[in-house]
Design a binder for this molecule. Structure first.
Ligand code: NAD
Ligand code: TYD
Length: 357
């Protein structure tokens, strides 16, 4: 099956990576069909997909992946042959404050989606071309010491937060559906993403927004934790590549080959803002940096070995980190209409509960 003839159900397509993927897909396959299913939790935003409203072949349904009847109906009426599964509770700090939604959506929701898709696939006579691509994270592998080798596809799972544990559980279910039922599944595990449409609770957008508001920049612990950062468009291209070329049952690691300490990112963002924005409420922005009590169970370091996807498909990250960061800062500067409405009383309550700032 060629890519543009696929009939995609994209779960979580109104969130950060999901919406970037929907845009990516319609840019590359203007004739394509995408049906977005999203519950529009605090992290889901119709505005992320506003530009696609009139696009033929694009449809949006508000609903939850835990709703088995809705899924059955969407699979049938949309003649879906491909699921790209982004929907999740995705923020580690929220999983520490309240793990229950993470188990519900990431585990029970993924199970419900797998089960509904399996029935649909069986009803259609188990077509070989069907795909279920599950979007997961490097956090399932746990934490690395300073000299440990990067995570590979065969690294044993060792999740440390309710978020990563629920994602690990969902990965295992997807794997089991391939081995038990032969459902044509794929799993991608990706490192930290950044770019447009990321909710201002994750490190990079939170720092951008707080610098623009002149608010303290909360850095956990000693700020020396390391993440591997990838520009979101590179992630979308990797997912499309795996969907097109990988054999069912495979898993692929995706990453930026770009390990950076948190404090270095925050300082870079401060300097970028200082030099590119006139009339910031507080300068130099570095003086806003505030070290706060560490996150419980905070993973020290993540790093991804991406040799498999490079070797099999020739995929590599294309965005250089400095350029991607600059582009991201420019986006948050120009799209205050997008992020200001997100700072609602509910957001302030979450913020206060987390940081006490
Ligand atoms: P996000 O929180 O921005 O978006 C999640 C989306 O899922 C939202 O639109 C939300 O409304 C929707 N959703 C939540 N619960 C739902 C439910 N029960 N039914 C239907 N929709 C529901 O997350 P993101 O950062 O875009 O991450 C997307 C996926 O990628 C997640 O599975 C995450 O684990 C994975 N991932 C994220 C990163 C990252 O750096 N953000 C890195 C690797 C993997
Ligand atoms: P985050 O963006 O939440 O992603 P993850 O925890 O999934 O890696 O955080 C990235 C890193 O930044 C992580 O080590 C925690 C740290 N961090 C802070 O120091 N302060 C903050 O306010 C946030 C949100 C994160």
């Amino acid at each position: 099956m060629n890519q543009s003839s696929r009939q995609l159900l994209i779960t979580g397509g109104a969130g950060f990576i999901g919406s970037n993927f929907v845009h990516y897909w319609h840019r590359h396959y203007p004739e394509g069909y995408t049906l977005v299913l999203d519950a529009l939790t605090y992290a889901g935003n119709r505005a992320n997909l506003a530009a696609l409203k009139e696009q033929p072949g694009f449809q949006f349904v508000q609903g939850a992946i835990c709703d088995a009847d809705l899924l059955t109906q969407l699979f049938e009426t949309g003649q879906i042959d491909t699921v790209v599964h982004f929907a999740a509770e995705s923020h580690v700090d929220r999983s520490i404050l309240g793990p229950s939604a993470f188990v519900q959506t990431n585990l029970v929701g993924t199970f419900t989606l797998l089960e509904a898709f399996r029935k649909h696939w069986e009803d259609q006579g188990k077509p070989e071309a069907f795909r279920f691509l599950h979007v997961s994270t490097d956090e399932v592998f746990g934490s690395l010491g300073p000299n440990d080798p990067a995570f590979s596809e065969t690294t044993p799972y060792a999740p440390n937060s309710p978020y990563s544990a629920s994602k690990a559980g969902s990965d295992h279910l997807v794997r089991a559906y391939f081995h038990t039922y032969g459902l044509p599944t794929l799993i991608t595990n990706c490192s930290n993403n950044y770019g447009p449409y990321q909710f201002p609770e994750k490190l990079i957008p939170l720092m951008c927004v707080n610098i623009l508001l002149g608010k303290p920049l909360p850095v956990y612990g000693d700020g020396q934790n390391i993440r591997d950062w990838l520009y979101v468009e590179d992630h979308c291209r990797a997912i499309a590549t795996v969907l097109e070329q990988a054999s069912p049952g495979e898993t692929y690691n995706i990453g930026g080959d770009n390990q950076v300490k948190n404090i270095d990112i925050v300082e870079q963002l401060c300097d970028l803002m200082d030099s590119s924005v006139e009339g910031l409420p507080f300068q130099p922005a570095r003086d806003l940096i505030t070290f706060v009590t560490d996150r419980p169970g905070h993973d020290r370091r993540y790093a991804m070995n991406i040799e498999k996807i490079q070797r099999d498909f020739g995929w590599s990250p294309q965005y250089d980190f400095a350029a991607g960061l600059k582009q991201t800062v420019a986006w948050y500067l120009s799209r205050q209409d997008w992020w200001r409405p997100l700072l609602s009383p509910k957001y302030q309550t979450f913020y206060q509960a987390l940081y006490g700032l």
